[in-house]
Design a protein around this ligand. Structure first.
Ligand code: GDP
Length: 305
């Protein structure tokens, strides 16, 4: 089994590559939940939703969130009725949040709710929210502290980010720890280090297994030719006092993985105790996604059927 640690875009492109090479039942995905929010209609778990929709084959791949072909009737009506609705949520997507919220209110854990929903969507891969505890990434700005969606969407990423911090539980789901223990290989996806990967690595029991199994783990830089391919990784890295370069990401992950892959458009560097590899990491097409996934499996010594 292969376990992937991911947020909702770069890591998910890699997941779609892995799905072209391995049966879904051989994949486990540990997903960031530090962007989760309770909204008036239910529980929003943006990265988990993107992973579920990708595995179910219904993801809107033009945006890397939401459901392909979704409609916005409820969103429009809510706005007409004076609701703030700063997130533009589709009707089908909203149903996911309603069901998750209902399951959580009935006492299911996030892990159980996710398993149920994955089954309903015909997904065979194991999808694990990183934690059943509430965890949040907090964006600090001169206009106050806010969650990532508020900063990125409501305020259009305009307020200067003066810092980033994490709040909430520090324990991963037991299933995440078990999956990492028995995985043949572990991949840290090319996701935003500050908002997607660091919240996962902050979970103490999960970090402990990764440290022990770092020889089986490879990470991919989310920077393509030295820059984020999409999203605000550079702005948030600077705010977190991490220079926005692959080398600093490699140093950040050094405890947790023995191999780090950077884009071939980047200059090489050395990090003691880490093997550095270079290949094309751009994933704009299915072939590129499969190509990078195949390269990583080869590096990890995993045979494909
Ligand atoms: P989020 O939860 O939507 O922010 O998604 P992730 O954290 O999983 O992914 C965001 C990161 O993916 C950004 O920092 C991008 O630079 C990176 N990314 C997006 N597309 C690609 C790609 O094709 N190749 C690589 N290497 N990184 C990518």
């Amino acid at each position: 089994m292969i376990t992937l640690l991911t947020g909702g875009t770069g890591g998910v492109k890699l997941l779609l590559g892995l799905c072209q090479l391995l049966p879904q039942r051989e994949l486990c995905v540990i997903v960031n939940t530090a962007e989760d929010l309770w909204l008036p209609h239910g529980h929003f778990s943006p990265d988990v939703d993107t992973v579920l929709y990708a595995l179910a084959g219904i993801l809107d791949e033009s945006r890397w969130y939401g459901i392909r072909g979704d409609t916005y009737t409820t969103h429009r009506r809510l706005k007409e009725l004076g609701c703030e609705e700063y997130l533009r949520i589709g009707d089908l997507d909203r149903a996911t949040h309603i069901v998750r919220g209902e399951l959580l209110r009935r006492g299911f854990t996030l892990e159980e709710a996710t398993r149920r929903m994955a089954e309903r969507m015909g997904i065979e891969a194991q999808v694990l929210p990183m934690s059943n505890q509430r965890v949040s990434t907090v964006i600090h700005t001169p206009r106050g502290r806010m969650n990532l969606q508020e900063w990125l969407v409501k305020h259009a990423a305009e307020p200067e980010v003066t810092g980033v911090s994490y709040e909430g539980g520090r324990t991963a789901c037991g299933a995440c720890v078990r999956a990492l223990e028995r995985s043949d290989a572990i991949i840290i996806g090319p996701s935003n280090p500050v908002t997607s990967i660091m919240p996962i690595l902050r979970l103490e029991n999960l970090a402990e297994v990764l440290r022990r199994r770092r020889h089986r783990a490879v990470a991919v830089s989310p920077l393509v030719r030295g820059r984020p391919f999409s999203g605000p990784a550079d702005v948030l890295m600077r705010a977190a006092r991490i220079p926005p370069e692959s080398e600093s990401i490699a140093r950040l992950y050094r405890e947790y993985c023995g191999t780090f892959v950077v884009d071939s458009g980047e200059a090489g560097f050395e990090v003691p105790g880490m093997r550095l590899l270079r290949t094309s990491t751009l994933m704009q097409t299915r072939e590129q996604m499969r190509g990078l996934a195949g390269y990583l499996l080869e590096v990890l010594g995993v045979e494909t059927p």
